[in-house]
Ligand binder design. Sequence first.
Ligand SMILES: Nc1ncnc2c1ncn2[C@@H]1O[C@H](COP(=O)(O)OP(=O)(O)OP(=O)(O)O)[C@@H](O)[C@H]1O
Ligand SMILES: [Mg+2]
Length: 358
Amino acid sequence: MDIEKQFEEVFSKITLDNGQPLVSVQPEIVHGCVVNNDFAKITLILPEDSPLRGSLPAQVEAEIKKIEQIERVAIEVLASPPEEKTAAQTTQSQTEPQQPKRTAYLQNYEAVIAVASGKGGVGKSTVSVNLAIALSQKGLKVSLFDADIYGPSLPIMTGKRGEKPSVVGNRLVPIESFGMHTMSIGNLVDENDAVIWRGPMVHQALEQLLRDTDWPGGDIMIIDMPPGTGDTQLSISQLCELTGTVIVSTPQDVALIDAVKAAKMFTKVEIDVLGIVENMSFFACPKCGEETPIFSRYGAEETSKKIQAPFLGAIPIELEVRKGGDEGKPLMASNLDSPASMAFKNIADNLVKVLEEG
Ligand SMILES: Nc1ncnc2c1ncn2[C@@H]1O[C@H](COP(=O)(O)OP(=O)(O)OP(=O)(O)O)[C@@H](O)[C@H]1O
Ligand SMILES: [Mg+2]
């Protein structure tokens, strides 16, 4: 039996304490059901004062878990249906209220892009923040999500260290910085606690940040990934439908091999590599303009050809980039006309082109 039928059957058997079938209650309680491999997210609409809030979520979860394919269940309880995005979607949700979809979170973004790399410290977070700002300076509505649970760096890089998001209802309100909406585990837990997280907790933490944050939606969601091809990469590709990934690499060989591995990892789970960025590509002398290829320039550009991914651009090593990150005022927010800021603008332009062609 296909998965949709299995869900329909399970839902049709759930009854309330008074014997009434759940699916016959008006207004409708089961608002949505999203399935992604072994994961299901069910959205229930229950007013704040509904007595069903106590027992129904656990009851639905227990029933859904009986479906063989489903290992993990998330029950979202909302007081009222979320606003529909378009008329087309409204029609769909009325005609097919329990149609399982393959995607889960962040569906209110036109594009969801993971900034990844095989190796640590190559500048993913730096690129995520500055690229996100460059995109929003083009007039796009951009959000930025820190998926690095072990080593979140967005709070420091965006000058929001120690700031806690406010909570409205039971939802986290994203922190606003430089015209974007952001969220990081670093804004929720003590910095020293983050290092003791273990694998399954990381998945849960990511899911909570995606589910419980009131992401406003928009043109682009940039996800700053931790290095490598581990649990977070898998979790993110299960929890949301990625448009694709941008891979950051330094020009050095070792970093490149890792970057190619990361590219393969994303290809294996059928996620497009939207492009490669070469970071710390060269040093442009601020006094004379001479460009020194400290890590042998063009390596990432050549690899992008090898794996047939677009090359989005090269960012030079620049003191202002590092300082901007440490001081919480990213280069792109400081109106400097430097080679690195030109590079970020260029990369933003190229990325938008790739998305438009996509
Ligand atoms: N183009 C650049 N010029 C100068 N400094 C840079 C540049 N890119 C990154 N850096 C600096 O290099 C360091 C590492 O960068 P960043 O934290 O962005 O890397 P990362 O890939 O996110 O690391 P991790 O794998 O730990 O998440 C930071 O201090 C950052 O300011
Ligand atoms: Mg980082």
